[in-house]
Design a protein around this ligand. Structure first.
Ligand code: ADP
Ligand code: ASP
Ligand code: MG
Length: 415
């Protein structure tokens, strides 16, 4: 008998019909003699709709009430799935994050999961029930409902699987695996049989929304294999696991050969520029220190020096939802620093190449820049690390950039 965790995303539980399909699938796994825990997202676009509703009431939502509101979507799908299971003769119970023992940091909207207290979960499993848990949420030390960031149900599922030491963590979604690029952008993208935690973490962090980055981080810490697969198809999907596990399964050769494993597009960023800041020690520390204090994640940073050396211009990117707050803070610091102007630009996106093989294969960056130049796609910012290269380009050219790079690196041919 195995202990199996399933996670179903929004599209997979988007209609009553789909919830019934999920119930049938879960029941068949339980009938085969397994214990099953299911983590669910909100139905379809419920979370977006709740946020839209919120905007009709306020432009400046209180973070605590935001979490109260957006966490409700998952309660709907969890209770409906429990009822669908009961109605086909499968004992089931739905639990909120708090009821399931998910304890988070005391930070609204994007808390990390600190621990999962397993008593209730174990009790319900022992009683032979399928336990359906609301993803995306937990409770803090005060008992307040806390959400863990958009797309966070993947992380809830992996955290539950890791805490329970589950045998399997299946993440069911609307695509049948991880591809070399978003198949909605590159129709001939290739499905990967395996991908390492490192590469998947980069792809997810750089905008490939197929998995929440922290779910991959959590899986790698606990060495939990994630099997990402299609909720309406029986086929195998993609295994996300350590490089050594991949090697054992005979999947390492290809990985060593290909410099680029995948391409990600992040359209959810904005650029902020500060003009004429004094070129002296402490300037960057003041700006980025203030942003860090406000928990704003800064990604790419570029500084250009004026020819007389007296001043510099600085540009950096933040997540789109943080841009207003980031602008307010940057404007305050700019005043204190006597900078001449602060500008923001939301008309940008980030295109990234990811692959462990890049470490040993020089020339990848040059080929990327050349390919974009041929298409007359101007690069506004660049960052690199051992296993990724990212370029900020005009938003309307992002998808085109992904397509031409996918073709230039021959990713449709990888095995
Ligand atoms: P869920 O609601 O199940 O969590 P998401 O919409 O968050 O699903 O993620 C699935 C989507 O991720 C797919 O429909 C696909 O368009 C997108 N995606 C982006 N990059 C990739 C990739 N490299 N491989 C597969 N899907 C990707
Ligand atoms: N429902 C939440 C969201 O839309 C969490 C998730 O789907 O993973 O962000
Ligand atoms: Mg998702």
């Amino acid at each position: 008998m195995a202990l199996i965790v399933h996670k179903y995303g929004g599209t997979s539980v988007g209609t009553p019909e789909k919830i019934k399909n999920v119930a049938a699938r879960v029941k068949s796994v339980r009938d085969a003699g397994n214990s099953v825990v299911v983590v669910v997202s909100a139905m379809g676009h419920t979370t977006d709709e709740l946020i839209e509703l919120m905007h009709q009431v306020t432009t400046d939502p209180d973070p605590r009430e935001y979490d109260m509101l957006v966490s409700t979507g998952e309660q709907v799908s969890a209770s409906l799935l429990a009822m669908a299971l009961q109605s086909i003769g499968c004992p089931a119970i739905s639990l909120t994050g708090g009821q399931a023992g998910v304890v988070t940091e005391d930070i609204y909207r994007k808390a990390r999961i600190k621990e999962i207290k397993l008593d209730r979960l174990k009790k319900e499993l022992k009683a032979g029930k399928v336990v359906v848990i609301t993803g995306f949420q937990g409770v803090d030390s005060k008992g307040d409902i806390i959400t863990i960031g958009r797309g966070g149900s993947d992380t809830s599922a992996v955290a539950v699987a890791a805490a329970l030491k589950a045998d399997v963590c299946d993440i069911y979604t609307d695509v049948d695996g991880v591809y070399t690029a978003d198949p909605r952008i590159v129709p001939n993208a290739k499905k990967l049989k395996y991908i390492s935690y490192e590469e998947m973490l980069e792809l997810a962090s750089l905008g490939a929304q197929v998995l929440h980055p922290r779910s991959v981080e959590c899986a790698s810490i606990y060495n939990m294999v994630i099997h990402l697969r299609h909720s309406q198809k029986p086929d195998e999907g993609t295994y996300i696991m350590s490089a050594s596990q991949i090697e054992k399964m005979g999947g390492s050769k290809m990985e060593k050969q290909a410099a680029v494993r995948g391409i990600a597009l992040d359209e959810n960023i904005a650029k902020i520029g500060l003009l004429n800041v004094p070129d002296q020690p402490g300037t960057a520390a003041k700006i980025f220190g203030a942003l860090a204090l406000a928990k704003i994640n800064v990604d790419m940073i570029v500084q250009s020096i004026h020819s007389d050396g007296s001043a510099a211009d600085m540009a950096f990117t933040v997540d789109r939802p943080d841009v207003k707050k980031a602008l307010d803070i940057t404007e305050q610091i700019a005043k204190a620093l006597n900078a001449s102007k602060v500008v923001s630009d939301a008309d940008v996106c980030k295109v990234s190449l990811v692959g462990i093989g890049m470490v040993s294969q020089p020339g990848t960056a040059a080929k990327m820049f050349e390919t974009l130049a041929q298409e007359k796609i101007n690069i506004q910012m660049i960052t690199t690390s051992e296993i990724k290269i990212s370029c900020v380009v005009k938003k309307e050219l992002g998808k085109k950039a992904v397509q031409v790079l996918h073709a230039a690196f021959g990713l449709e041919k990888v095995a």
